[in-house]
Design a protein around this ligand. Structure first.
Ligand code: 5GP
Length: 175
C-alpha cells in the first residue's frame, strides 16, 4: 500500500502471520495450566500484534492496554516515559505478558517493566515482535521474540511514521 514514500518490504503478511502463530503456540504451551494470563499491549503500535497474538492463544487470558507518551524515550536520555492510560486490571499475583511491537533502545520497555514490577505480579515476561539489538542502550529481557531486525526505521503492522502506515499489512523500511 503506497501512501507517499517508497517502501521496501522486509517482512510479508504471511511471514508475520506465521511468526505470530508460532509465538502464540509457544506462549500457550508455557502458560498451560497456570490460570488466567494478563496480556498487556502497549498503545498504540502494539495493538495490531497483540490482537493477532491473542487469537493464536489456546489459554484463558485478559487483554488490557497501557498507554505511554510516544517517543519520550528517544528525546529523554533517562528514558522517563509518561503513562497516558493505565491498566484497568489489577495485576497483583497474576501472570503478566507485556506485548511490545518493537524493542529498540529498550528504554521504554525498561521503564514499563520497572513500573509493572511495583504492582507485584506473579510473573512478568515480554513478548516483542521485533527486536533491534544493535540499538540497545539498556539491557532488557525479551522472553518471546519474533524477528531480529537491522538498525532501520520500520513501519507497518501497527508501526507508524507520523501516524501513517499503521495499516500496512507488511513491515517495511521507509526509503
Ligand atoms: P525503545 O527505543 O524505547 O526501545 O522504543 C520505543 C518505541 O519507539 C517502540 O515501542 C516504538 O513505538 C518506537 N520505535 C522504535 N523503533 C521504531 C521503528 O523502527 N519504527 C517505528 N515505527 N517505531 C519505532
Amino acid at each position: 500500500m503506497e501512501q507517499g514514500h517508497a517502501l521496501e518490504v522486509l517482512l510479508t503478511e504471511e511471514e508475520i502471520a506465521d511468526k505470530v502463530s508460532f509465538l502464540g503456540e509457544q506462549i500457550s504451551r508455557d502458560y498451560a495450566g497456570s490460570g488466567e494470563l494478563v496480556l498487556v499491549a502497549v498503545l498504540r503500535g502494539s495493538v495490531y500484534f497483540a490482537v493477532d497474538l491473542s487469537r493464536c492463544l489456546a489459554i484463558p487470558f485478559v487483554l488490557d492496554f497501557i498507554g505511554i507518551s510516544s517517543y519520550a524515550a528517544k528525546t529523554d536520555p533517562l528514558g522517563i516515559v509518561r503513562i497516558t492510560k493505565d491498566l484497568d486490571t489489577n495485576i497483583a499475583s497474576k501472570n503478566v505478558l507485556l506485548v511490545e511491537d518493537i524493542v529498540d533502545t529498550g528504554l521504554t520497555l525498561n521503564y514499563l517493566l520497572k513500573n509493572l514490577r511495583t504492582r507485584k505480579p506473579l510473573s512478568l515476561r515480554v513478548c516483542a515482535l521485533l527486536d533491534m539489538p544493535a540499538r540497545r542502550i539498556v539491557n532488557v529481557p525479551v522472553d518471546y521474540r519474533g524477528f531480529e531486525m537491522p538498525d532501520v526505521y520500520v513501519v507497518g503492522y501497527g508501526l507508524d511514521y507520523q501516524e501513517r502506515y499503521r495499516n500496512l499489512k507488511e513491515i517495511a523500511v521507509l526509503k
